[in-house]
Write a protein that binds this ligand. Structure first.
Ligand code: C2E
Ligand code: CA
Ligand code: CA
Length: 429
């Protein structure tokens, strides 16, 4: 059965929910199982810009047909949104078989990523939720599959199966969203700065601004814990604006105090989706009187790839202003550097998961050396992230990394401490 007329799909939102409910009811009555594979397609908004909404819908419809053709007849395939395909499986033989089907679907997507002869390519990740196990109602099953998609994106994995931990995570996510408005109003959110050091001079080259949340009952909640739950909501913009103005305001203070260091802010995938991102950043630097070439933004490769065209146009504008553009967490994603090289990246930050293994693993040293060679050719510098020991600082220096950030130099600190920071930092510990 095929239900892939995507234009019609938008007007029949209840139909697939009903269908999922029906499949779950049948499974319940027969003590059987059901699975929902939700596929999140990346690049759809770019495709719509390239082809126009109507032709993009037609192209996606053809892709949907290819997917349907690749699956058994009793598996229903639906476009529930232009960028979201659901495959509803009555009684899948096992959880592993649901995963195998998800991989097959992603294979079809990648095989046909250039299916419309245009430049935009479509890729996808899949989240899987099983009945029983991941929920008793269709709403819980959908929520579990969506949570799995989020994990796939944040961990750079292709297929993620929901688990009970994820479901607890959903509950936590709802709590975060309910608390966040008062967190902002009551000033529970603050920012700290962490130095990034020039390895040849040990001077503080940059200070990266990092968010902190002090909740009155729960205490400190780390940014890695709460940001994934808010970044796809309007709070993602609020947090970005706060971090931007804090970075610029504090940069004025440390500059006035004699520390000539660049400020760096993190830009999330959702921030990068906005067409006016570059204008907002440039307007803010102007407002605070900071020259753009004394400012820096950081983003992950996943965030770049997810936003292709929009990221490219924003980054081109920011790079033209002289701003440093850093690729964050290098080594944790799955994209290749050849994909990244199309973007105007001026600095690559190598993740601690690689840096911490430099001493013990020749392969990890080789990765960083190769990156440094590429950097010399393509014009980007390399920062070693999360250097904790003097030995890690030494090996990063010996390999030729230009910059380093980590506890070996300094932990993230409030602005009051930044103002007391010496311009040259010795590597302690
Ligand atoms: P990130 O951008 O990779 O930031 C570096 C993280 O590594 C920070 O964690 C920092 O405290 C930690 N770190 C620094 N040196 C060391 C070290 O030597 N050893 C170890 N083990 N860790 C080190 P933090 O502050 O918990 O932030 C986690 C992540 O949350 C950040 O990773 C960033 O992706 C995100 N984040 C933080 N603040 C913001 C923000 O304002 N906006 C956005 N969009 N993301 C933010
Ligand atoms: Ca960062
Ligand atoms: Ca990082």
């Amino acid at each position: 059965m095929t239900r892939l007329d995507i234009e019609a799909a938008f007007s029949t939102r209840d139909v697939w929910m009903q269908h999922l409910g029906l499949v779950i009811d049948t499974a319940e009555k027969s003590s059987g199982t059901a699975a929902l594979v939700a596929v999140d397609l990346d690049g759809v908004s770019d495709l719509e810009v390239e082809l126009g909404t109507k032709d993009a819908a037609a192209a996606l419809g053809r892709l949907g047909q290819l997917i349907t053709d690749a699956l058994p007849d009793n598996y229903d395939t639906w476009f529930v949104r232009a960028d979201r395909i659901w495959i509803i499986m009555p009684s899948p033989p096992s959880a592993a078989s649901a995963e195998a089907f998800a991989l097959k679907v992603l294979q079809v997507v990648s095989d046909h990523s250039g299916f419309h002869n245009g430049v935009t390519s479509i890729s996808g990740v899949a989240g899987i939720a099983l009945y029983p196990g991941h929920g008793d109602t269709r709403f819980q099953i959908v929520a579990a599959a969506e949570a799995a998609i989020k994990v796939a994106h944040s961990e750079g994995r292709q297929v993620v199966r929901a688990d009970t931990g994820l479901i607890a995570d959903r509950a936590f996510g709802r709590w975060v969203l309910s608390e966040f408005p008062s967190a902002i109003d009551d000033h529970q959110i603050s920012f700290v700065h962490q130095p990034i050091v020039d390895l040849s001079t040990k001077r503080v080259e940059k200070l990266e601004v990092l968010a902190r949340w002090q909740h009155p009952e729960r205490g400190a909640i780390g940014p890695g814990t709460f940001i994934p739950h808010i970044e796809n909501t309007q709070f993602g913009d609020v947090l970005f604006d706060e971090s931007l103005s804090t970075a610029l305001r504090d940069q004025r203070s440390w500059t006035a105090n004699g520390l000539d260091a660049i400020a760096a802010v993190n830009v999330s995938a959702t921030n990068l989706e906005k067409w006016d991102l570059a204008d907002r950043i440039l307007a803010a630097t102007e407002l605070w009187g900071i020259p753009p070439d004394r400012f820096s933004i950081e983003m992950t490769e996943t965030a770049l790839i997810r936003n292709g065209r929009r990221a490219k146009s924003s980054l081109a504008e920011l790079a033209a202003s002289g701003m440093t553009i850093s690729l964050d967490d290098f080594g944790t994603g799955y994209s290749s550097l050849s994909q990244i090289i199309d973007y105007p990246i001026s600095n690559v930050k190598v993740d601690r998961s690689i840096i911490s293994r430099l001493e013990s693993s020749g392969r990890h040293r080789a990765i960083v050396s190769a990156l440094l060679v590429m950097g010399k050719e393509s014009g980007f510098t390399v920062t070693a992230e999360g250097v904790e020991t003097a030995a890690e600082v030494q090996i990063a220096t010996d390999l030729g990394c230009e910059f380093a950030q980590g506890y070996a130099f300094a932990k993230p600190m409030p602005i009051e401490s930044v103002l007391k920071l010496p311009a040259v930092l010795p590597a302690t510990s």
